[in-house]
Structure formats: C-alpha cells, structure tokens
Design a protein around this ligand. Structure first.
Ligand SMILES: [Zn+2]
Length: 301
C-alpha cells in the first residue's frame, strides 16, 4: 500500500518533466503533437513557466519554426491554470476521501480552485454511471429500498415536510459487504416515481425488503418477491426477520457527510450521490480508477 502512496508523494516533488511523462503514460496528456503548419512531430522544450515544458516545431523551413504550444494541448487540463503537479495532488487527495477544506490546505490552492477541481471529479463519477448503469440484486438476493428526506440549509421536518424537502430514493444490495447502493433524487415518492426506478435498477429474481409505505404495495406486480417490515411496530419483522437497516445506516452516513459540508445545494446533491456510489465501487483503487476514467472520458488522442 505504501509503495503506491510513495509513488505519488515522490511525483509531487519530482522534476516537471517526470510529472509530464507520468501524465502522458496515464494518457492524461498527449505524448505526441504534430505541428499545425508542417505536420511534423513537435518536440519537448524546457521553459520557465507553469508546466516547465512546452511543445515546439523545430523544422527550420516551417512558418511555425520555434513557435510553441502548451504541453496541455488537447487535454482535460488545457483551460486550467492549476499546475499539473497540483492537479495530481488534488486527484490523490479526493481519491483518498480527504475533505475539500483540508485538501485545499494540503495542496495549497484557493477554495474556488479546490471546489472547481472536486466538482470536476464528481462529474467524472456522473459520466461513469451514465456509461455503467447500476444494477443490483439477482436471484434470491435481498435488496432493501427506502426513501429519505435530505435537508439542505433548510430546517429538517419529519415526515412529508415542506416543499423544499429533497427526497432521495435508495436501494441497497446486501449480498456484498459493505452493501452496494443506488441513490437518486426524486421529485415525489409516489408509486409512479419509485416503481420505474426499481424496475430499472433491480435484477429479476431479487427479493425486495421495504417498510409499508404505500408506494411499495405494487412491487409484486413488477415480478419481485416483496417482504415488508412495519416500522411503527419494530425495526425487524419478528416473524420473517425482514429489515431495512442497511439502507437506513447508509442514509445516516451520507447525511453526516453532507452535514459536515454544512449542507449542499439541491442541484449538487445528485453529483454527491454519484460520488458516494462511485466510491462504494472503487474503494480499493480509487486513485487509479479516477485517472483511468478521466483519460477515458477526455481522450487526448
Ligand atoms: Zn512546423
């Protein structure tokens, strides 16, 4: 484990050229660039500005002779003014689960820069799930479902609260430990909203556990076995052991994370939910997965 961390820490203090080569190996920067004027390959040159190197055409007959182009040309970093080394540092800190404020201080960046970079990493998670839609459960596997109200800089009211309440619908597959979840912001928690999500996410043959919320009454019509627990009586159904404690403890963890940021805007909640789901699925290789997925989503060619 420490070898990986050492590699990153070494990179953060190494020569600019090594940083560039590492990013090129990760396919986060172009390894080759052709001159726009003469189509010859451009070469690496040292320079005393931000990245330490730039591309230059060295063909004497070319109209662009000695003219330079940024090493970031055609990369995801092209429009950014953040040093490449700092990008790597922020990617590493985000992947390690370090919170924004601490990450800004460790990487010596302003809060707006940290916010922009972390927001970009969350967008990578969102895009990842667009290409890898989540499916949960399977024959004889238990998936719990539940809805929960997230409060956002608005006072939290129990039950069916005021218009500002943001409802999140969630599913938890407990065939793996820790459980894998699916979470989605929903406008309403009626059957017409929740049942299509269950049909989309849950695999045939799954056994669904829920409370007795009326929207769940038609789950069997979707072809699933459905068992319930009456939460006004107990947390666990005494006759068949049905409970939804996996998804409920999931809500508690996610809410305390959001609370630690003093809440987040409603439109940001979806991206945070995607980040949570992403980390569940990349808990052992989050930094590599982030690098690979940025490279996949922003091909340098
Ligand atoms: Zn040229």
């Amino acid at each position: 484990m420490s070898t990986f961390k050492d590699t990153i820490l070494k990179l953060l203090t190494s020569e600019p050229r090594e940083v560039i080569i590492w990013l090129q190996e990760k396919k986060l920067l172009k390894s080759k660039l052709q001159c726009e004027a003469c189509a010859n390959p451009m070469t690496f040159h040292k320079i005393n500005i931000i990245d330490g190197y730039y591309w230059r055409c060295m063909k004497k007959a070319c109209e662009n002779f000695r003219k330079g182009k940024s090493i970031r040309t055609g990369s995801v970093f092209e429009k950014s003014k953040v040093p490449l080394r700092t990008w790597i540092h922020l990617m590493y800190l985000w992947a390690e689960g370090v919170q924004l404020k601490q990450a800004c201080s460790l990487a010596s960046v302003s809060k707006p820069t940290g916010v922009a970079c972390f927001s970009f990493f969350r967008s990578v998670c969102v895009t990842y799930f667009q290409h890898h839609p989540i499916r949960l459960g399977g024959p004889q596997i238990v998936v719990e479902c539940d809805e929960s109200a997230f409060a956002h800089k608005v006072k939290y009211h129990r039950g069916r609260g005021p218009a500002q309440t943001v409802w999140v619908f969630g599913l938890a597959d407990r065939s793996v430990k820790p459980a894998l979840t699916y979470m989605e912001v929903v406008e309403k928690r009626d059957a017409n909203t929740l049942l299509p999500i269950i049909r989309k996410v849950v695999r045939p043959g799954t056994i669904i556990h829920s409370d007795e919320w009326r929207s769940y009454r038609r789950i069997q019509e979707l072809g699933f076995e459905h068992r319930t627990v009456n939460h006004s009586v107990s947390f666990i159904n005494p006759t068949n052991g049905v409970h939804t404690q996996t998804i409920e403890s999931n809500w508690n963890r996610k809410k305390s994370f959001i609370k630690s940021m003093r809440g987040c805007r409603r439109d940001l909640l979806t991206s945070y939910l995607n980040q949570f789901m992403w980390f569940e699925r990349h808990s052992t290789n989050s930094f590599d997965a982030l690098c690979n997925q940025i490279a996949m989503q922003h091909k340098v060619g």
